[in-house]
Design a protein around this ligand. Structure first.
Ligand code: PLP
Length: 459
């Protein structure tokens, strides 16, 4: 077998600045800091940079490496499929074996009426497909005026024009519009910032769900195609909705006869202790987007799952759905995704997240709750968040610059060998599903050390 090519680190950083434009980044900062940190290796939950530093990856890459790094079985699955048939398209009534096998496997995990799977390459594309499907479905039912999609502010659904339009990220909407019309965004169920002192959890859940119903009535129910959201908002800051929120949202969707869509790009594949987030919250969406954990990020692949009634309606229209990507159902990516699901099942990683590592992470994060800089800790399965505040017992932030404290503490963690992210002043984490108790202890220890180290500079 060939080994991975090696490069000179200083050269790479120079070439990075000269030629490589990294996603979702400040390119001036990239240049001024002398280029990206070069990551060269991964094993289980640890990555190594080119300078030899080992870093515990509490982000699982980008919320995706469920089975951890360095799995030979995944490489072998890719090798075997590439040797047999690296690629063939699924456009002209052809399909490769792993593509069909994966669709059927995913349908089994989804259960219920979600029995149909359309493949894409990225989460953003899965979301684009989902929107096109929802709108086409209503056209096929003779209600083409139903084009409005209701999502949440601060929801993240990707970076394509469609994904940004669906998402509710103000910073993204501020760059490069106008966006696709008929996307509405309502309040997010973010209790730490938005729950009022006179509200209990049930009242807050009701108000946040009601915001969807109010918007639906404002727009006109006959114009609404779908209500759409992440079961737990990931990139927005691991926003775990209050108890009862999702059942109320489902009730609203059913009351007005609109579709319900779940973006499972982060929550899917065991992250919340069930195969999918909607299973944790006990709702039944009509459309589901998924990516990331589907292949643990080893190769790009995403999927959009559709309920029986959606597909039956589209089939009855008796016309091709003119939508698809060259690499929809890429056989090699599909073979790797199948190997990934094999590992998750064989090692019981979903159950382990629910009954072992998830509760263990929750306890470890709780141990940080007494720190003067910590306003709240929360987690569900292996998704966790720590709110940084300037005054204990409040949700006030440091200085006039939201994100300053979060970025400082995140950088202190990385310096100490722990990779996590800061969403403004919320530290977020999403470790591989193979994370061990010792590693979770290390996360808590490094976060505490970093909080202690940053506190004097912040005060
Ligand atoms: N949807 C959600 C919930 C996501 O978290 C992401 C990415 O983080 C996307 C969609 C977009 O996925 P991708 O970056 O693969 O296009």
């Amino acid at each position: 077998m060939r080994s991975a090519p090696s490069y000179d680190n200083a050269d790479l950083r120079r070439l990075d600045v000269a030629h490589h434009l990294p996603p979702q980044q400040d390119w001036a900062l990239q240049k001024n800091s002398g280029g990206s940190r070069i990551i060269v290796k991964g094993e289980d939950s640890t990555i190594w940079d080119a300078e030899g530093n080992a870093i515990l990856d509490a982000m699982a890459g980008l919320w995706c490496v469920q089975v951890g790094y360095g799995r030979r079985e995944m490489a072998e699955a890719a090798f075997a499929q590439m040797s047999e048939l690296p690629f063939y398209n699924s456009f002209f009534r052809t399909a490769a074996p792993p593509t069909i096998a994966l669709a059927s496997r995913i349908a089994g995990l989804l259960g219920g009426s979600l029995q149909h799977v359309f493949f894409n390459n990225s989460g953003s594309e899965a979301v684009d497909t989902l929107v096109r499907t929802a709108r086409y479905y209503w056209q096929a039912r003779g209600e083409p005026q139903r084009s409005v999609i209701i999502g949440r502010k601060n929801g993240y659904h990707g970076s394509t024009i469609g994904g940004v339009s669906m998402g509710g990220m103000v910073s993204m909407h501020n760059q490069g519009g106008p966006w696709v019309p008929d996307h509405e965004h309502v309040m997010q169920p973010y209790s730490f910032e938005e729950q009022r002192p006179d509200e209990d959890e049930d009242m807050f859940a009701e108000r946040a769900a009601r915001a969807i119903e109010d918007k639906l009535l404002e727009v006109g129910p006959e114009r609404v195609a779908m209500i759409f959201g992440e079961p737990v908002q990931g990139a927005g800051g691991v926003i775990i909705p209050p108890r009862g929120y999702w059942s109320r949202v489902e009730e609203i969707a059913r009351k007005y006869g609109v579709l319900l869509g779940c973006d499972e790009v982060i929550c899917g594949y065991g992250r919340l202790g069930e195969w999918f987030g909607f299973q944790h919250f006990g709702v039944k969406p009509d459309l589901v987007s998924m990516a990331k954990g589907l292949s643990s990020g080893y190769l790009p692949i995403s999927a959009t799952a559709m309920a029986d009634h959606v597909v039956e309606t589209i089939r009855e229209a008796n016309a091709p759905f003119v939508h698809g990507y060259t690499y929809s159902g890429h056989p090699t990516s599909a073979a790797v995704a199948l190997a990934n699901i094999d590992i998750i099942e064989r090692e019981g990683l979903v159950d382990r997240t629910k009954n072992d590592t998830g509760p263990y992470l929750a306890k470890a994060l709780q141990s940080l709750a007494d720190h003067p800089l910590v306003g709240e800790v929360r987690s569900l399965g292996l998704l966790g968040a720590i709110e940084i505040v300037s005054e204990k017992g409040t949700s006030s932030r440091f200085g006039n610059k939201p994100g300053l404290a979060g970025a400082m503490i995140r950088d202190a963690c990385i310096e100490r060998g722990l990779m996590l992210r800061a969403v403004k002043d919320t530290l977020v984490m999403s470790p591989p599903l193979v994370i061990t108790h010792d590693e979770i202890d290390r996360i808590a220890m490094i976060v505490r050390e970093s909080l202690d180290a940053c506190e004097p500079a912040l005060r």
